[in-house]
Design a protein around this ligand. Structure first.
Ligand SMILES: *[C@@H]1O[C@H](CO)[C@@H](O)[C@H](O)[C@H]1NC(C)=O
Ligand SMILES: *[C@@H]1O[C@H](CO)[C@@H](O)[C@H](O)[C@H]1NC(C)=O
Ligand SMILES: *[C@@H]1O[C@H](CO)[C@@H](O)[C@H](O)[C@H]1NC(C)=O
Ligand SMILES: *[C@@H]1O[C@H](CO)[C@@H](O)[C@H](O)[C@H]1NC(C)=O
Ligand SMILES: *[C@@H]1O[C@H](CO)[C@@H](O)[C@H](O)[C@H]1NC(C)=O
Ligand SMILES: *[C@@H]1O[C@H](CO)[C@@H](O)[C@H](O)[C@H]1NC(C)=O
Ligand SMILES: *[C@@H]1O[C@H](CO)[C@@H](O)[C@H](O)[C@H]1NC(C)=O
Ligand SMILES: *[C@@H]1O[C@H](CO)[C@@H](O)[C@H](O)[C@H]1NC(C)=O
Ligand SMILES: *[C@@H]1O[C@H](CO)[C@@H](O)[C@H](O)[C@H]1NC(C)=O
Length: 894
């Protein structure tokens, strides 16, 4: 005998008959459907027709309108309708205009419960195209299986056993370009949580086959209520090869709560017919085919159910071995128990096969042939991808509903999977963390009505663009409480009232850029929206970099300027500097690159150095940094620019050129670089202790907390690096992105300032500052005059260094959540004003410091961060002061 099932989706043309016949199956006593937690949906059923009881199971089926907001209803073509066809196949819902369309089903039991989900399909030429489609099914954000409709009249079933972590679960149909997705029916069935232990938080079981052996004849299809979970057991026998065994006696249920087959299923079995040599062998096999998502061979889980149905007396013995592809699966010869269920299963998925060939082979001692009562066969899929943060989902869903957003891909999870993220949304993705919405662009979206307060629930949003809509009413102040919001664009609406005070404050402290031009009723009597007011309709776009990505996308104007410069300057593919600074000020870019030539690596050399980019040391806006070794064994760090990097060729070149010119023991030095076709990489000395930020935040798990003396030394050394940049070079360099994550530490905890991609040179003679066309740097570290007016001086670095120093003292982040976002300067100032240094000092130093030294350092930090740039000390002053702090600390320990 053989059983065949293809892939995760078994295509069984004969199934239509089975399910079609469901209407004439015996219907044992009814149960109250309310207590089952079942959800049974007839997809495409017009709401006005209402629900009905399914003829076979007496389960109530309902129309699908309450579960989805997309798609259209169709009837299948008359030629595929037979009298016995289950009613839910008569109509379908199809989703022609969207890459992903979803049903949202309630998790009817509790969060974290286990369910069986079943989707059913009969194409029935509903669209008159006679072209059965192929599309994907997703369970939430994870691939479930591909639905390949091979025959227009055949019923196809997709079934998965999975844990649903949330209050609801989405079943999504994903258009893969091979026809319009459609669906006939959708069932949700709660399972006892102990069942199917192979289905866990990260792994789901996709049904390949579920067989009830020893029954022939389609009328014996077993499902609800015989199976309380409404699993469908497909009868199978082959009288030519196998004898059928049956009993009417009760079979004792399996003691093991992990497996349970219904009585009616266990009461029948097949046995091998006596062969010539031995009492026989049962052979069963299933095929699986790789899917698009699992191009390797999927793992498989099988469950075999046994019970001895015959009285085995005297010297008779039924005993057999089980093997997969000839490898013994059962540890010892197996004898089924009389009238008692038993289960055989694999906990870890079998892998590495496309055909799973099981043999049940009688042992030499056995007088009776092997038997089997039932089997289930599943392939496993990963459900490890996590859905977007639930609060973000709730907020964006409310926004979508309020403005009746009609964008076709606004379906399913907003951020996940990445390839299907909603238009106009950007998200942050971190491994095993829910994605978060970081950018929302609804410009020109036809939004009308007032501004939804739900915008204020997108707690980590950085960019919110609502320009050119018909928004009315006032600007909600809750937006000022979004700690990471750096850009709010409300240009071109009908907003009225004034700018809320909270937003005003954010604008003043430089942490937010607001654009509100072309709102004729907005009384902008505030004074601080200068950037917008002056330049609102001129094109100056100000973008502020965000903490994770150190570097910022150039604004529209900056990009335009660049293109203009590029035209004047260099041709395509040229490595000539395109940076405003280097192009305008020294013109020696060519020269620097020549100097670089002798330390140039090829991409192949980089591959060899990094063993194929195996170990990632860190990631930034530029791409990833990899661990590597030079041929002579020197350890290095290789910063490889990723294709998708927002940091451009320009930053790459700036940094490469700068590093050839500047050499200081407190600046990270470059070993070489690669510019080889698309490959761009910088090779640095290896800084084994990582960056100061991780050290301070304790991200570096094996590190104890830094002592005050270590902290001071690191601060002093970084200050010296910056002083060198400001003083020793002509023209002076402004680093522009001084922050703890750009201060690297070597094995001796010596500090070196890194990341010169944003470095900018300007002549100090005459000009007191340069105005730059775009704002770069990192939120939380930006000097106010730079953030507000793009006025850049070396004092901007002093300000940022002040923040670094405060972090070193307090161990806090530049923006604290306590619970409202607070700037570290305010936080420290307020506490220090009370005269108590203990209030601000990092508790991880456990009081081990010279109080006078800490006061002095705090004082330096506060001076560095005063509003007026001219009142800030120079880095030379800072170095002197920190030197004194260190001396105080060293005396303290004498
Ligand atoms: C589908 O068929 C039903 C009854 O057979 C009919 O009432 C309904 O209008 C049809 N729907 C469509 C979209 O043709
Ligand atoms: C769908 O199934 C048919 C028949 O088995 C096969 O030829 C075809 O390649 C499949 N299509 C996809 C996209 O898997
Ligand atoms: C198999 O053969 C044994 C003896 O060889 C016999 O006792 C038994 O009844 C046979 N079983 C079947 C199912 O034919
Ligand atoms: C299954 O495996 C057995 C040996 O383990 C072999 O004799 C048999 O031919 C195989 N059957 C199929 C269908 O591959
Ligand atoms: C789920 O089961 C698989 C296979 O046994 C295992 O690798 C994985 O770690 C399990 N996941 C959880 C969350 O237990
Ligand atoms: C298992 O056996 C089947 C049938 O004999 C064969 O097609 C398949 O390649 C085998 N797989 C492995 C991994 O041996
Ligand atoms: C089945 O059992 C017989 C007798 O024990 C043995 O000779 C034979 O090799 C076994 N076949 C398989 C496929 O294990
Ligand atoms: C926006 O308002 C203007 C003026 O009231 C109106 O002409 C336009 O149609 C509105 N647009 C939308 C999309 O509602
Ligand atoms: C200016 O703003 C204040 C509140 O900030 C408001 O009370 C006042 O009416 C506004 N003045 C004008 C002329 O809009």
């Amino acid at each position: 005998m053989k059983l065949s099932a293809r892939g995760a989706m078994a295509s069984r043309p004969w199934l239509i008959l089975l399910l079609g016949l469901a209407g004439v199956l015996k219907v044992p006593g009814q149960r109250s459907p309310d207590s089952t937690g079942f959800v049974s949906i007839d997809c495409g059923l017009p709401p006005e027709q209402g629900g009905y009881l399914d003829a076979a199971t007496k389960l109530p089926y309902v129309p699908d309108g309450a579960f989805t907001d997309a798609g259209a209803n169709h009837n299948i073509s008359a030629e595929y309708i037979t009298p016995s066809l289950s009613r839910r196949y008569l109509n379908v819902r199809s989703f022609p205009s969207s890459p992903r369309s979803c049903y949202t089903l309630p998790s009817t039991v509790a969060r974290g419960s286990k369910y069986l989900l079943r989707a059913t399909f009969i194409y029935g030429n509903y669209d008159g195209l006679n072209k059965p489609p192929v599309f994907d099914l997703h369970l939430g954000v994870n691939f479930w299986q591909t639905v390949n409709i091979t025959s227009p009249g055949a019923a196809q079933i997709a079934e998965v056993v999975a844990i649903v972590p949330d209050e609801s679960v989405q079943v999504c149909l994903v258009d893969t370009g091979s026809g319009t997705p459609f669906i006939s029916g959708l069932d949700l069935r709660p399972l006892r949580d102990t069942l199917y232990p192979q289905a866990n938080a990260t792994q789901a079981l996709v049904l390949v086959d579920r067989n009830n052996f020893g029954v022939n004849g389609l009328s014996s299809l077993i499902r609800y209520p015989d199976d309380p979970y409404d699993r469908v057991w497909i009868p199978w026998s082959d009288p030519d090869k196998w004898s059928e065994i049956a009993t009417t006696e009760k079979i004792q249920d399996l003691a093991d709560p992990r497996f349970q087959a219904p009585q009616a299923v266990m009461q029948t079995a097949i046995a091998a017919r006596n062969g010539s040599a031995s009492p026989g062998t049962i052979e069963l096999w299933w095929d699986v085919v790789p899917s698009r998502v699992y191009p390797g061979v999927p793992g498989c889980v099988s469950i075999f159910y046994f019970a001895e149905l015959q009285a085995v007396s005297g010297g008779a013995l039924r005993q057999f071995d089980m093997a997969i592809n000839g490898t013994l699966w059962s540890k010892a010869p197996y004898t089924p128990r009389h009238l008692a269920s038993d289960g055989f299963f694999n906990g870890e998925p079998h892998r590495g096969f496309t055909r799973f060939n099981f043999t049940l082979n009688a042992t030499a001692k056995s007088t009776l042939p092997p038997t089997i009562n039932a089997a289930e066969f599943f392939s496993v899929v990963s459900i490890a991808d996590v859905a977007t943060d639930a609060k973000d989902v709730a907020a964006i869903a409310a926004i979508k509903a309020k403005y009746q957003v009609k964008k076709t891909n606004w379906a399913g999870d907003p951020c996940s999977p990445k390839a299907l993220a909603w238009d106009g949304l950007n998200c942050s993705y971190a491994i095993s963390m829910p994605p978060r919405i970081t950018r929302l662009n609804m410009s020109l979206g036809g939004l009308s009505g007032d501004m939804s307060s739900y915008f204020g629930n997108l707690k980590v949003i950085k960019y919110l663009d609502l320009s050119y809509n018909n928004l009315t009413g006032s600007i909600p102040n809750v937006l000022s409480e979004l700690p990471f919001l750096v850009m709010l664009d409300l240009t071109g609406n009908q907003l009225n009232g004034s700018i809320p005070s909270g937003l005003m404050k954010r604008i003043q402290d430089g942490s937010l850029t607001l654009r509100y031009g072309k709102n004729s009723n907005l009384c902008n009597n505030g004074t601080s929206c200068q950037p917008t007011k002056k330049k609102s309709s001129s094109m100056l776009a100000v973008y502020i970099a965000v903490p994770i990505v150190a570097v910022v996308v150039a604004g529209a104007l900056a990009a335009l300027l660049l293109i203009a410069r590029k035209r004047q300057g260099s041709g395509k593919g040229s490595v000539k500097p395109q940076n405003e600074a280097s192009a305008s000020q020294n013109g020696d870019g060519q020269h620097s690159l020549l100097q670089l030539e002798n330390r140039r690596f090829t991409y192949r050399e980089l591959e060899a150095m990094t063993s194929n980019f195996q170990r990632v040391l860190g990631r930034g806006g530029f791409g990833s940094v990899y661990d590597g070794f030079l041929p002579d064994g020197t350890q290095v760090a290789v910063k490889l620019r990723s294709q998708s990097s927002s940091q451009g060729v320009r930053e790459f070149l700036t940094e490469a050129q700068t590093l050839t010119k500047i050499h200081h023991k407190n600046l990270v030095s470059m070993v070489g670089y690669c510019k080889d076709g698309e490959c761009m990489a910088l090779v640095y000395e290896h800084m084994s202790e990582g960056n100061l930020e991780d050290k301070l935040r304790g991200k570096d798990h094996n590190a104890g907390s830094l002592t005050w003396r270590q902290r001071l030394r690191i601060a002093l050394e970084s200050a010296k690096g910056l002083e060198y940049l400001h003083k020793a070079c002509s023209p002076a360099f402004v680093h522009r992105d001084v922050k703890t994550s750009n201060i690297l530490l070597n094995a001796n905890l010596e500090a070196k300032v890194a990341d010169f991609g944003l470095l900018k040179a300007f002549s100090q003679d005459g000009d007191t500052h340069v105005s730059t066309a775009r704002l770069v740097g990192t939120h939380g570290y930006l000097a106010p005059e730079y953030a507000a007016a793009l006025q850049l001086t070396v004092k901007s670095d002093v300000y940022s260094f002040g923040i670094v120093l405060l972090e070193v003292i307090t161990g806090q982040t530049p923006i604290l959540q306590c619970p409202d976002p607070t700037n570290i300067i305010q936080w420290a100032r307020q506490r220090l004003a009370r005269g108590n240094i203990e209030d601000v000092v990092d508790v991880r130093m456990q009081g081990e410091y010279d109080v006078n030294g800490v006061w002095k350092a705090a004082d330096v930090a506060l001076k560095c961060t005063v509003q007026a740039p001219t009142q800030r000390p120079t880095m030379t002053d800072v170095v002197m002061q920190l030197q004194e702090c260190l001396e105080l600390e060293e005396q303290h320990h004498l």
